[in-house]
Design a protein around this ligand. Structure first.
Ligand code: GAL
Length: 687
C-alpha cells in the first residue's frame, strides 16, 4: 500500500467547518467551547473570506483571523486554514473583469455567486499569488494551524472555462505539447470538415457551433487542458505556502470534481486529498430513490472509493450533518436520526481518518440558508448535536482503526482519458457509465470489496506492483487503450492476475482517433480475441443475452462479435440478433493468469455472475454472513481485521458472525446472530 499521500493521524478525528466571519464575535468563545464538549478537535476556516484579509486592493489586514486563531488555540482547537481564492472580491472583478470565467459564447460570469474566476488570467494569478504569500507568511507560524486547504472545491460549480485568458493559455498548452501546427493538425484530425489550422491564434476552446458538436479530439484535449490549468493553479498556491510552512503542517484541498485529474494534482503538490461527502444527494440528483434495489445514500461509497484511490487514508473536509438546500435549488430531507452517524461510519469504513462536518451552524444569510449544519439558526440543543456526542464516544473506542487500510482483492480500473472522452462520445460514455454502475452495485450487494485503480501517467506512473496487489482487475470499456497500458496489463495477467475487459475496448488512440487496425487493438493479444463485427443493441432489438455454461447472462447496450485467436477459448455465445450463436465471451490464458473479453456492456446481474463464476464473490463469508442491504467494509493491519457493517435500511437487520469477535462499539465479545438497528453500524475486531 502506498501511504505517501495519506493523511497522518493517530486516531480517527472529528472536525467541523466554521465561518467566524458569519457571526458576531461574542459567539466565538461559546461556539469553540461547545465544539470541544462535542469532541471536535479540528476546524476549517477562511475559504471564502478574501475581504477580511484584503478589504481593498493592496491593503492587507490580519487582525480578524489573528483574534480568532488565538482564541481557538487557547481552547486547544486545531485549525486547517484555507486560501480564500474561491471567491474573488467585488472590487477586484469590477476593476479587472478579465479575471472572470466565461460561457462558451464569451459572456462573463459576474459577481454574486462563487467560483466566478478563471485559472489563467495573469491578473488573477498575480492577485492570488500576492494574497497567498501574505497570508502564508503571516499565519504559517501560528501554533493553532496544522494544515492548509487550497481554495475550495476546484472545478466545482463549473468545470469548463472559456474566458479570453483560457483561450490564450490553451494555445500555449497546445504549442508546448505539439510543437508544430502540422503535428497538432494531424493529432486533432483537422483535415475532417476542413478544420485545418494555419496559425495558432485560429485555435479556440469550445465556442458555440451548429448542433453543439465539436471536433472530438480537440474536445478531449480541452479537458486535459482544464485539468492542467486547475493543477497549475493549485500548485502555484502550494509552492508559495511551502516557502513558509513548518514541516509538520500539511497541504490539501477538498472535493473531487470533473475535468480535474485529482490523482495528478495530489501526487504533484498535495499531501493527501480530502473529500466532501453529502450522501443525501441520493434523494436529489439520483433518479427514482424509491426504486427497489436503488442504493441511494449507499452510492456515496462510490465517491469514497475514488477518494481512497488518491489517498489510501484520506480526510472528509465536509461531511453532511443536516438537510441540504440552496434557496435556488436542491431539495434534500434532513438526515433521519442515526443517518449522520451512519454516514460518518461510511466514510471511516472506506478509509477516512479525519471527518469534519459541514457546518457548525446553519447559515442565517445567503444562498445556503437551507444547507443545515450541526446547529440550527436558533443555536438551541438539537438531535444532531446529541448524535455527534454519540459519534464522539464511538470514535474514542476506535483509535486503532487509524493505522489500518481498506482491504480489497478486486480492482476496478479507471482512467481520466476514457472518462473525459466518454463525455462527448455517446457510444462509449453511456456504456461506460452503465457498466461502472453495475460493477459497483454488484460488488456492494455481494459484499466483495473493491478498490479503484486509476491508471496514472503523470509524475507517479502506475506500475505492475500497483496492479498486482489485486487478484482480479476489471476494466470494462477501455476505448482508449495505449500500447504501454496494454503491455502493463499483459504483465499483470502473466504474473497470475485475472483481467476482465468488455466491448468497445481498444479501438481509439490517445487522441480519440480510430486507427486502422483490427479491434480490440492492443487488447487483442492479451484477451486472445478479434472483433469481427459490432453493433449497438438498438431500441428495436430484443434484449440481448449470452449463454455461459447453460446460464443466460445479459449482454446489453453494445455487442462485439468475437473470434478467438490462438489457444483462447469461447466460454459463451450470443443468443438472438443476427449473430445468434457467435462467440460472446472468450478467455485467454497467458503465463499464470487469465484474461476474459466479454462482447457486451455489463449489467449488475452479469457482473454478479462474473464475480461468482470466477470465484471472487463474498470473500469474507467465513467470517460474516449479512443481507444484501448492508454494506461490508474491512480495514486491516498486519495483525487485525476490523469488519464494518453499515445498515442503510430504516429497519433492523440480522447478521451471522462466524467467528468470535470483539464488538468494539458495545465492548462485548460476540458470535452468532446479531441484530443491527436501523441506520446502525457495528465494528468487529478479529485477530
Ligand atoms: C460544498 C461546498 C461548501 C458548501 C456545501 C453545501 O460543495 O464546499 O462550501 O457550499 O457544498 O452546499
Amino acid at each position: 500500500m502506498n501511504t505517501e499521500k495519506s493523511i497522518n493521524l493517530k486516531k480517527p478525528t472529528l472536525g467541523v467547518c466554521y465561518y467566524p466571519e458569519h457571526w458576531s464575535e461574542y459567539l466565538w468563545e461559546n461556539d469553540l467551547d461547545r465544539m470541544v464538549e462535542h469532541g471536535i478537535e479540528i476546524i476549517r476556516i477562511a475559504e471564502f473570506a478574501w475581504n477580511k484579509f484584503e478589504p481593498k486592493e493592496d491593503v492587507f489586514n490580519y487582525d480578524f483571523f489573528d483574534r480568532f486563531l488565538d482564541l481557538a488555540y487557547s481552547k486547544g482547537i486545531k485549525v486547517i486554514f484555507c486560501t480564500p481564492t474561491a471567491t474573488p472580491p467585488a472590487w477586484l472583478t469590477n476593476k479587472y473583469p478579465e479575471v472572470l470565467n466565461a460561457r462558451e459564447d464569451g459572456t462573463l460570469y459576474r459577481h454574486g455567486m462563487r467560483k466566478q474566476h478563471n485559472y489563467n488570467s495573469k491578473v488573477y494569478l498575480k492577485f492570488v499569488s500576492r494574497l497567498v504569500d501574505k497570508i502564508a507568511a503571516h499565519y504559517c507560524p501560528h501554533p493553532a494551524i496544522i494544515g492548509w486547504q487550497i481554495d475550495n472545491e476546484l472545478n466545482c460549480e463549473t468545470n469548463v472555462f472559456y474566458s479570453e485568458s483560457d483561450h490564450e493559455a490553451f494555445r500555449i498548452y497546445l504549442k508546448d505539447k505539439f510543437k508544430t501546427l502540422d503535428a497538432l493538425n494531424e493529432a486533432m484530425g483537422t483535415t475532417f470538415w476542413n478544420q485545418t489550422y494555419t496559425a495558432w491564434d485560429e485555435i479556440y476552446l469550445t465556442r458555440p457551433t451548429i448542433s453543439n458538436s465539436n471536433n472530438p479530439h480537440l474536445s478531449l484535449e480541452e479537458k486535459r487542458f482544464f485539468s492542467h490549468s486547475a493543477i497549475s493553479y493549485c500548485k502555484l498556491q502550494c509552492d508559495i505556502i511551502n516557502k513558509y510552512k513548518p514541516e509538520d503542517q500539511f497541504i490539501t484541498t477538498n472535493g473531487i470534481f470533473g475535468h480535474l485529474d485529482s490523482h495528478e494534482m495530489t501526487d504533484s503538490c498535495l499531501d493527501f486529498i480530502t473529500y466532501d461527502s453529502y450522501p443525501n444527494f441520493a434523494y436529489d440528483t439520483w433518479t427514482d430513490p424509491k426504486k427497489p434495489g436503488n442504493l441511494n445514500d449507499r452510492r456515496s461509497s462510490w465517491s469514497l472509493i475514488r477518494a481512497r484511490s488518491i489517498s489510501p487514508t484520506f480526510g472528509i473536509m465536509e461531511q453532511q450533518s443536516g438537510a441540504g438546500g440552496w434557496d435556488t435549488r436542491m431539495k434534500q430531507p434532513a438526515p433521519k436520526p442515526g443517518q449522520m452517524r451512519l454516514w460518518t461510519f461510511q466514510s471511516l469504513a472506506h478509509g477516512a481518518n479525519f471527518i469534519s462536518y459541514f457546518r457548525w451552524r446553519t447559515s442565517w444569510i445567503g444562498t445556503e440558508i437551507y444547507w443545515h449544519g450541526l446547529n440550527d439558526y436558533s443555536n438551541e440543543p438539537n438531535r444532531r448535536l446529541a448524535e455527534l456526542k454519540v459519534v464522539h464516544e464511538d470514535f474514542n473506542k476506535l483509535s486503532e482503526v487509524a493505522g489500518t487500510h481498506y482491504e480489497a482483492n478486486v480492482g476496478f480500473i479507471r482512467d481520466y482519458d476514457n472518462e473525459w472522452d466518454g463525455e462527448q462520445d455517446k457510444w462509449h460514455g453511456p456504456l461506460d457509465d452503465f457498466s461502472n454502475d453495475s460493477w459497483f452495485s454488484a460488488s456492494q450487494l455481494t459484499h466483495t470489496p473493491m478498490d479503484f485503480v486509476y491508471l496514472k501517467s503523470g509524475c507517479k506512473k502506475t506500475t505492475l506492483e500497483d496492479l498486482s496487489r489485486y487478484k482480479l482487475l476489471v476494466y470494462p470499456h477501455a476505448t482508449i487503450l495505449t500500447k504501454e497500458t496494454a503491455e502493463l496489463l499483459k504483465m499483470y495477467v502473466e504474473q497470475g492476475g485475472t483481467l476482465i475487459m468488455g466491448s468497445r475496448t481498444g479501438y481509439k488512440d490517445q487522441f480519440g482517433r480510430c486507427p486502422m487496425r483490427p479491434m480490440p487493438g492492443f487488447a487483442s493479444e492479451i484477451c486472445g480475441v478479434k472483433v469481427t463485427d459490432y453493433t449497438l443493441v438498438g431500441p428495436a432489438d430484443e434484449d440481448e443475452y449470452a449463454v455461459w455454461d447453460n446460464e443466460e447472462i445479459e449482454a446489453p447496450i453494445f455487442n462485439d462479435i468475437l473470434q478467438p485467436i490462438g489457444d483462447a477459448k469461447v466460454l459463451a455465445t450470443f443468443k438472438g440478433n443476427y449473430y445468434d450463436g457467435a462467440p460472446a465471451l472468450v478467455v485467454n490464458t497467458i503465463g499464470k493468469g487469465k484474461a476474459y473479453y466479454y462482447g457486451a456492456g455489463f449489467s449488475e446481474k452479469a457482473a454478479e455472475i462474473f464475480l461468482r463464476k470466477l470465484g471472487f464473490s463474498c470473500p469474507y463469508k467465513d467470517i460474516i454472513e449479512l443481507p444484501r442491504e448492508a454494506e461490508l467494509a474491512v480495514r486491516s493491519n498486519d495483525s487485525h481485521q476490523y469488519i464494518f457493517v453499515l445498515n442503510y435500511m430504516d429497519h433492523s437487520i440480522e447478521v451471522d458472525v462466524k467467528k468470535i469477535a470483539n464488538d468494539l462499539l458495545s465492548g462485548e465479545v460476540i458470535s452468532g446472530k446479531v441484530s443491527i438497528e436501523k441506520y446502525g453500524v457495528i465494528v468487529l475486531e478479529i485477530s
